[in-house]
Design a binder for this molecule. Sequence first.
Ligand code: PLP
Length: 377
Amino acid sequence: MRARGGYEVSSIPLVDLAAQHAAVADEVASGWQQVLARTAFIGGPQVTAFEGEYAEFVGTRHCIGVANGTDAIEIALRALGVGAGDECIVPANSFVATAEAVCRAGATPVLVDCADDGTYLIDAAAVEAAVTPRTRAIIPVHLYGQAAPAERLMPLAEQIGACVVEDAAQSQGARRHGTGAGALGHAAATSFYPGKNLGAYGDAGAVLTGSDQVAARMRIIRDHGSPRKYEHEVVGVNSRLDTLQAVVLSAKLRRLAGWNAARRAAAERYDILLSGLEDVVLPRTLEGNEHVWHLYVVRVPERDRVLKELQAAGIQAGIHYPVPIHLTAAFAGLGVAEGAFPVAERASRELLSLPLFAEITAGQQERVASALKSALR
Ligand SMILES: *Cc1c(COP(=O)(O)O)cnc(C)c1O
């Protein structure tokens, strides 16, 4: 883009996948060559290897690769026996997929507000208030890269005979009180969509659990309900992790801790650059959390105008999420009126995600900060 003075200034993307690719390009090329030579594109040793590596990384017993994160949530719920007539408690401030997967499993999403503490994570008190005799699952979303307080939800779930299914799509590598996000509940789902902290080269996802029985059900459901060839125990889905994606994910997983550390350093730099701005509410890390900064989300007044000014300055900020789930057309049928979730609704009007990726430079962050400051003036 061209600056006012007439010289060229490069724009700053929200995420930059090119540098990540450069780091793994050789490893991916040689791994893909092996897959192509054998023409075995589904399953195989690469998928099994990645599943083992990722389970170890999270610190749980089982990881089962699936086709995407939305399928992963559905498969986790179904493996835990959640289905028709059941209710699942879901935060209103999340990507729509969290609620969508509940419907796909045949259950009904019951939305709740998020906490008004700078984390925008599911509000544990609101979860408790939303429990009914039909509640079978609680789905905390580890939003923006930090874990929701699952330890507050587990005793409640156990008391009412429900399960906790973590939506860990935005939290690869995050920890809460030392336990990996994805190992905090009864089961978890994650997404390896390209822009996530651990991203594939297309769609991919995984389910996680510490239970051998639940894992066995997950394996069957993801592959046409089939434990063995020609045997179909339940009506399942076709949701497998492609071999080519497993190669990419294994290569990137080896570098993920380093990339997450770089994201953390960048978040700390934003904290300093943006400190003392009266109008800006900075993101807060919950006590006990190791945050992996999938997104750096600030709250600003006149967000839409600020976003436009940043865009005009060549800065690709984002919004996560512009419409809370209860106000989307897709979920109008739930009958939840505007005003029901004031924290999530305000968040949808005021949150702004600043560019953040492992390779972002101090200079780029300074440009983001000064553009934000002049937009707020
Ligand atoms: C990305 C994401 C999903 C869905 O993952 P897909 O792989 O795109 O299906 C679900 N929940 C959250 C919170 C996400 O960010």
